[in-house]
Design a protein around this ligand. Structure first.
Ligand code: 6JX
Length: 372
């Protein structure tokens, strides 16, 4: 009997409020998943990540298979024990990062061979090996190996990669061997072509997955292209399965994705932006590198529920960022992750109350009015 299940509890337009129940705890959707690339959400203790409101975090197969290695993590008790995060973890299949990070990549029907960007050692990633790695990590939600191409692209190229990803989806499903204690997601590809996207969605559903990721987006296309693809494809996906938009995004991307029926998001942006001195508040993003903050004794937002938005002056945060002090990365990573969790928590409440339209309008108005 499947121990990881999705329940839809409310809808408002295309927006959905749901919950994924797993042996390691529940995931409230819409959900934002902090990225814990190499077994750590950078500059954060796992307890702090939980305190921001995160139910689940993401681990990257590519990084972990290179260092410390999937078999080593398994021998040390699995990724949850290794990193002291006992709640759910989603892992990616590694395909995207092989194509964006690895050297000397060779992609064939079998899979992809590559050289590590760290020490040049040789690896092979196939649909079967990716499932094996994610199972060794003991991940709660795992991904098929897919081929994601950058946009813009020729239709022939989008079609080739989409069809390969469906064949790899089938091999991934077979290798998954119907494990009951974790979910396997298929990944919809097809670039910005509605017909290819429809074929991908139909092909994956005929194989059958526990959830459906929407891949091949946030790869350089304008936001309106991403939104059009989402509006077209979410109605073609099963209503009773989670939808996960990979690698997205900034707050306005996430709000637009929720409005178009997406349940799960992941992005390095809040933590990476924090390390680069950008703070997300309900008024929008503030660049604390800017000299205008040098004498500003005001906190970021004294009405925020987050103590880190109330206890530090902008001048001090500016100082930490300019001097590249480690505390700057710590404080701003926490502020940004907490903001992303506050945004998704408020969206969940709005959908339950049937006021998603008002919530979206109020949120965008605050961003526009931004007194930064
Ligand atoms: C990430 C979780 C699972 O990922 C996979 O196993 N494969 C995969 N990852 C992606 C990651 C992306 N990031 C962005 N923008 C920052 N776009 C992305 C697109 C894909 C994609 O099409 N496939």
């Amino acid at each position: 009997m499947k121990q990881v299940t999705f329940t839809l509890s409310a809808t408002d337009g295309m927006a959905r409020r749901g919950r994924i129940d797993t042996p390691r705890g529940e995931i409230n959707t819409p959900a934002f998943m902090p990225v814990g690339t190499a077994g750590t959400v950078k500059a954060m203790y796992p307890e702090q990540v939980r305190d921001t409101g995160a139910d689940i975090l993401l681990g990257n197969t590519y990084h972990l298979m290179l260092r410390p290695g999937a078999e080593r993590v398994a021998s040390l008790g699995g990724l949850h024990t290794f990193m002291n995060w006992e709640r759910p973890i989603l892992t990616d299949s590694g395909g995207f990062q092989v194509m964006s990070l690895a050297k000397l990549r060779k992609l064939t029907e079998r899979g992809v061979t590559f050289k590590s960007h760290i020490d040049g050692s040789a690896y092979e990633l196939t649909p079967e090996r990716s499932i094996e790695i994610q199972t060794l990590l003991d991940s709660d939600i795992i991904m098929q190996l897919d081929e994601c191409i950058a946009l813009p692209a020729e239709r022939k190229e989008m079609e080739r990669a989409m069809e390969l990803s469906i064949r790899w989806a089938d091999r991934s499903k077979t290798a998954f061997n119907n494990q009951q204690n974790r979910m396997l997601f298929g990944i919809v590809q097809g670039g910005d072509d509605a017909e290819l996207r429809s074929r991908s969605a139909a092909g994956l559903q005929s194989i059958g997955f526990d959830g459906y990721s929407i891949g091949g987006l946030a790869v350089g296309e304008p936001q309106e292209v991403m939104f059009r693809v989402l509006s077209d494809i979410t109605p073609e996906l099963p209503a009773d399965k989670p939808r996960y938009l990979m690698g997205v995004g900034k707050p306005d991307d996430i709000l637009g994705g929720i409005e178009r029926g997406v349940d799960m998001f992941d992005c390095v942006h809040p933590t990476r932006a924090g390390r680069h001195g950008h703070a997300y508040t309900r008024f929008g993003v503030i660049n604390l590198k800017n000299a205008r903050h040098r004498d500003d004794h005001r906190p970021l937002d004294e009405a925020s529920p987050n103590p880190n938005c109330r206890r530090w002056s902008r001048a001090y945060l500016h100082h930490l960022v300019k001097t590249e002090e480690i505390l700057g990365a710590m404080v701003l990573s926490q502020i940004n992750l907490a903001y992303y969790q506050e945004l998704t928590a408020r969206a969940r409440a709005a959908i339950e109350a049937g006021r998603m339209t008002d919530f979206a309008a109020e949120t965008r108005a605050a961003w526009a009015a931004g007194d930064l």
